[in-house]
Ligand binder design. Structure first.
Ligand code: SF4
Ligand code: SF4
Length: 62
C-alpha cells in the first residue's frame, strides 16, 4: 500500500485534493488535511494537482 504524505509547511488548505481524489482519501480535520492512505488507488493525480506541491506518494517496499 502506498503512503500518502502531506507536507504541512506547504499545504494552504485549498481543498483541491479533497475535491478531485477518486479514492476520497483527503479530508480536513481540525484545520489540517488528513489522508487515509488505505483508500488510495495510486492514480497519482494529487501530486501534480496540488498547487503547492505538498503531496507526495511513497511507494511501498517491494
Ligand atoms: S491540494 Fe495541496 S495545498 Fe490544497 S489542500 Fe490538498 S494538500 Fe493542501
Ligand atoms: S494517488 Fe490518487 S487516489 Fe491516491 S491520494 Fe492521490 S489522488 Fe487520491
Amino acid at each position: 500500500m502506498a503512503r500518502v504524505v502531506i507536507d504541512y509547511s506547504r499545504c494552504n488548505l485549498c481543498g483541491l485534493c479533497i475535491q478531485y481524489c477518486p479514492g476520497h482519501v483527503f479530508s480536513i480535520i481540525n484545520n489540517r488535511v488528513v489522508a487515509r492512505d488505505e483508500y488510495c488507488v495510486e492514480c497519482y493525480a494529487c501530486v501534480p494537482l496540488c498547487p503547492t506541491r505538498a503531496i507526495s506518494i511513497e511507494e511501498p517496499d517491494p
